[in-house]
Design a protein. Structure first.
Length: 176
C-alpha cells in the first residue's frame, strides 16, 4: 500500500500490485511542490500509470481531468480500484505508452506525469516522441522520472526547468 502525500485525499492508502515500483513519498512531495501552481483545473496524463498514484495525487490537488495509461492488466485493475476508492471518474486506457503518444488525437494535456519502468524505456525516446506529438499544450508541463545518473535528455521544443536527483531517481521537469 502507498499513501497520497497531499491535497484533499492526503494520507489515503492506495492499492499497489507487488510487481509495480511506485514513486516514493519523498519524490512525489518534491514533484508536486515544483508543479503545484499548475495543477488546479488541469487536464493531466499519468503515463505508465502503474497504481495511478501520480494521477491521484493530481486529483487530490484539484486537477480537473486525469487520463491514466498503462499496458498492464494488473495496473489497469489497480488504477480502477484506486479511483473508485476516491469516487473519481478518470479515464483508464490499457495500451502501450509510445503507441498512445503517437496516436493520441484529442485535446492536449496541461500536465504529463511519466514514471516508466527504468530499464525498459529510454527517457530520450519518450521525450522525443512527445515533442513530435501534439500531446502537451503550449504552456504545459512535463515531469519525467528516470534512473539516477541518466544524462539530461536534450529537447527541441521543451525547456528544462529542473533536473534533480533524489536517491536512486532523477526527476526532470520541462515546460512547453
Amino acid at each position: 500500500m502507498i499513501r497520497v502525500t497531499g491535497g484533499v485525499y492526503r494520507g489515503m492508502l492506495l492499492h499497489c500490485p507487488r510487481d509495480i515500483r511506485p514513486t516514493s513519498g519523498r519524490i512525489k512531495e518534491y514533484i508536486f511542490s515544483q508543479i503545484s501552481q499548475y495543477i488546479v483545473g488541469a487536464k493531466v496524463l499519468d503515463l505508465f500509470a502503474g497504481s495511478g498514484a501520480l494521477g491521484i495525487e493530481a486529483v487530490s490537488r484539484r486537477a480537473a481531468e486525469v487520463v491514466f495509461v498503462d499496458i498492464s492488466r494488473r495496473s489497469y485493475t489497480a488504477v480502477q480500484k484506486n479511483i473508485n476508492k476516491i469516487g473519481f471518474k478518470g479515464r483508464i486506457i490499457r495500451t502501450d505508452a509510445i503507441h498512445f503518444i503517437r496516436n493520441y488525437k484529442s485535446a492536449p494535456f496541461d500536465l504529463i506525469l511519466i514514471d516508466p519502468p527504468y530499464q525498459e524505456f529510454d527517457p530520450h525516446t519518450i521525450l522525443s516522441s512527445i515533442e513530435e506529438s501534439s500531446l502537451l499544450n503550449e504552456g504545459g508541463h512535463l515531469v519525467l522520472e528516470m534512473t539516477a545518473g541518466e544524462p539530461e535528455p536534450e529537447t527541441q521544443s521543451l525547456r528544462l526547468i529542473s533536473f534533480r536527483t533524489l536517491s536512486d531517481t532523477t526527476v526532470g521537469i520541462w515546460f512547453r
